[in-house]
Structure formats: structure tokens, C-alpha cells
Design a protein around this ligand. Structure first.
Ligand code: DC
Length: 227
């Protein structure tokens, strides 16, 4: 039985698949809250670095995570009183997030915090295990992906637009390595659950992808009304 009291739309998928942009637009259109769960793992990687804790030290990371004061305010990310929205977006913190998130202790230290985001009128949650672990009762689960080449090309163009030096081959290799780590870890790996709809954005625009999710949500609402 799906929990429709507080509807959750779970959007999972690999790095640079466009999940963040698409999830935020869906949340805005529906007036729902938005959870960027990847940002939480990035904050853990950032805080570990600040506190001299190794990304490999699962127990120390989990103890630290329990104590962290992480807040999202109008799209900005705060650790205590420090705004770290930009800092956590670096490639280094992306890599750190992928490493710290492989520890089950760290994942369980973040579970409740993530579940508390489910508030009326609803939530769009973006990550790797939103539909499989954190919100198994989500009314709609989307597995959003794109080929590694498409994702690398998008990231490459973004960097060039920002006048950042970029190397397509290095980006592609980095994405493939991150995909492998996120998919092969033993706890909450990135997987498409059987009840998730596949949305491949390789040949779709952002608007088309957003429409796909909104239509799928409409179908969920219509089918729950007719039952
Ligand atoms: O979505 P992102 O690139 O900001 O996520 C950074 C890393 O965090 C990603 O490589 C894997 C991890 N992550 C996770 O394990 N589970 C989530 N729900 C979200 C992110």
C-alpha cells in the first residue's frame, strides 16, 4: 500500500543525469518540498575534510555525521552558521561524497534526517536510494538516466560555459568510476527498483523530462482516484 497522505516522488539516477534540475522543476511546479540527498553526502565529505577525518574512517564519519547541524534555506546549504553551497559542488567533494556514502554507518546516520523532509503538501526527493531505501512507499519512483557519454558531454559543456578548463576524456572516466562505485557498493547501491519508471534523458530536453514526470504523477493521482 503506497503512502498517499504525504506524496513522495522519488527520482534516482547516476551523477550528471540531470536529476537535480529536473527534480527541482517538478517540485516547483507542484509546490512540493525538495530534497537533494546528494548534498547531504557532500556536506559529510566537506565536514570530514574540515575536521581532519579520513573519508575511509566509517565510524568516525558516522559519529561526526550524528552531530552535524545541516540546514537547507532557500536552496542554500548551511553547516551550522557557515554557508557552504559552493564548496560542496567541487569535483573533490563529489568524489568525497561518493566515498563516504559507501559506508553503511554514514548512510544510517542520515536516514532520519532525509525522511523528515517528507512534509505536506509533498516531496520530490533526488538521489540514489530514494525509492529503494529512504522512501520505499513513494507514490511515484523514477529511475532517471542517460548514457555516460551524454552525461560527460553535458558536464564538459557546462564547465566550458563557466570558462573552466575541461577535459572530456577525464570527465567521462571520472563519471564511469563514480557510477561503478555507486552501483557496486553493498549498501543501498544505485539500482532501478522493479516499480520505478525508466526515464532516459539521452535524447530528451529538460522540459520533456519534466513533462514525463508530471504526466506520470497525474496518472498516479488519477489511478488512486479511480480505486
Ligand atoms: O547527486 P550527487 O552527485 O550530488 O551525489 C554525490 C554522491 O553522493 C554520489 O556519488 C553518491 C552519493 N549519494 C548516495 O550515495 N545516495 C544518495 N541518495 C545521494 C547521493
Amino acid at each position: 500500500m503506497k503512502n498517499t497522505l504525504i506524496p513522495v516522488i522519488a527520482i534516482d539516477g547516476p551523477s550528471a543525469s540531470g536529476k537535480g534540475t529536473i527534480s527541482q522543476l517538478v517540485a516547483e511546479t507542484l509546490g512540493f518540498h525538495y530534497l537533494d540527498s546528494g548534498a547531504l553526502y557532500r556536506v559529510v565529505a566537506f565536514a570530514a575534510k574540515q575536521n581532519g577525518i579520513s573519508w575511509a574512517d566509517a565510524d568516525a564519519l558516522a559519529n561526526m555525521t550524528e552531530m552535524l547541524d545541516i540546514r537547507f534555506e532557500h536552496g542554500a546549504v548551511f553547516l551550522g552558521s557557515q554557508e557552504i553551497s559552493q564548496e560542496i559542488r567541487s569535483e573533490a567533494m563529489g568524489k568525497g561524497a561518493s566515498e563516504v556514502s559507501a559506508h553503511p554507518q554514514v548512510r544510517s546516520a542520515l536516514t532520519m534526517l532525509q525522511q523528515e523532509f517528507a512534509k505536506p503538501p509533498g516531496l520530490v526527493a533526488d538521489g540514489r536510494d530514494m525509492g529503494s531505501v529512504i522512501f520505499p512507499d513513494a507514490v511515484l519512483k523514477i529511475f532517471l538516466t542517460a548514457s555516460a557519454e551524454t552525461r560527460a558531454e553535458r558536464r564538459y559543456k557546462q564547465l566550458l560555459e563557466r570558462n573552466v578548463d575541461a577535459d572530456y576524456t577525464a570527465i567521462l572516466q571520472d563519471l564511469q568510476m563514480r557510477d561503478k562505485r555507486d552501483s557496486e557498493r553493498s549498501t543501498a547501491p544505485l539500482v532501478q527498483t522493479p516499480d520505478a519508471l525508466l526515464l532516459d534523458t539521452s535524447h530528451r530536453t529538460i522540459d520533456e523530462a519534466v513533462d514525463f514526470v508530471l504526466n506520470a504523477y497525474k496518472n498516479v493521482l488519477n489511478s488512486s482516484l479511480s480505486h
